[in-house]
Design a protein around this ligand. Structure first.
Ligand SMILES: [Zn+2]
Length: 287
């Protein structure tokens, strides 16, 4: 018997980009999974130049793009969809049903943000992925499994597991060398985010692609990527409890995670968390 055909995994990373509102947006990943004849893309990037480069990589791989899978309902992971579907006519776009619903609910406000934040460099997107029928995508006879793990940087986060090569394309459930976005979730959500990371660890992957990563970092340093994501959340919880203001929280996190890039994500997370903490304290006093 000939061995099962394997899958090539290629990660395309967009560079960090300046935001019109100040600060920067983290480098973001899209992943091309290629069998001998077919390919599946996971997430799409957002800026026109990056999506063009991603399309060029798909073309260079020389496989038929059958499917674009979206991990979660954030514009930086799916706004390249319309341009890619136009370029790769035979491809379908899919996500798990809860991701489609979440994308629909936030789509118009995401279109506004994409226009405002990126100075005309972001693509507009008028389409949404379709709900995937079941939880399996097949590439050249090999199964890929879509798994809803739950809370990541937003709720209804999913991952794509590639059992034949022990790989997980993890969206924003894990981060790799980049400050994590904790402004779209709160203290009640963070233990569940850690549980989502536990679910990835339980798959015993050899490769984990983070939704945001420092471009030069490898995808197979599981301790740094998987354990590192949990450590970061736990540290943020600890430092938030001790800090009276956002500046102190940012400083403490930067000391503990000096290697992580894009402090903008940390500043936004810290400012939001401190405001929420102060509001909670005020309402306790009033009660
Ligand atoms: Zn993201």
């Amino acid at each position: 018997m000939s061995p099962a055909p394997t899958i090539d995994l290629e990660v395309v990373v967009s560079p960090m980009v300046d935001l019109t509102v100040g600060g920067q947006f983290s480098p973001t990943t899209a992943t091309i999974l290629s069998g001998p004849k077919e390919a599946v893309l996971v997430d799409t990037l957002l800026l026109a130049d990056d999506v063009k480069r991603l399309g060029d990589r798909i073309e260079a791989a020389g496989r038929k793009l059958t499917t674009i899978y979206i991990t979660h309902a954030h514009f930086d992971h799916y706004f390249g969809l319309e341009a890619l579907l136009e370029r790769f006519r035979g491809a379908r776009a899919v996500a798990l049903p809860s991701v489609v619903d979440a994308a629909r609910a936030t789509h118009e406000s995401a279109r506004d943000l994409a226009k405002q934040w990126f100075a005309g460099k972001a693509l507009d997107c008028t389409v949404l992925p379709d709900a995937l029928d079941g939880e399996t995508i097949v590439v050249d006879g090999q199964e890929l499994h879509a798994i809803e793990v739950g809370q990541g940087d937003i709720p209804h986060s999913t991952i794509l597991h590639v059992p034949s090569i022990d790989a997980v394309v993890a969206g924003d459930v894990v981060y790799n060398g980049v400050h994590q976005m904790l402004a779209n979730s709160g203290p009640g959500d963070w233990p569940r985010w850690i549980e989502s990371v536990d679910k990835i660890a339980a798959l015993n992957p050899k490769v984990v692609v983070a939704g945001h990563k420092r471009p030069e970092l490898p995808d197979d340093d599981i301790a740094a990527i998987v354990d590192g994501t949990r450590t970061y959340i736990n540290a943020f919880i600890e430092e938030l409890a001790a800090a009276g203001d956002a500046r102190t929280l940012v400083g403490r996190m930067q000391e503990r995670f000096a290697d992580r890039i894009n402090p903008t994500a940390l500043i936004v997370s810290a400012t939001t968390a401190i405001k929420r903490k102060q509001r909670a304290a005020t309402s306790e006093v009033q009660a």
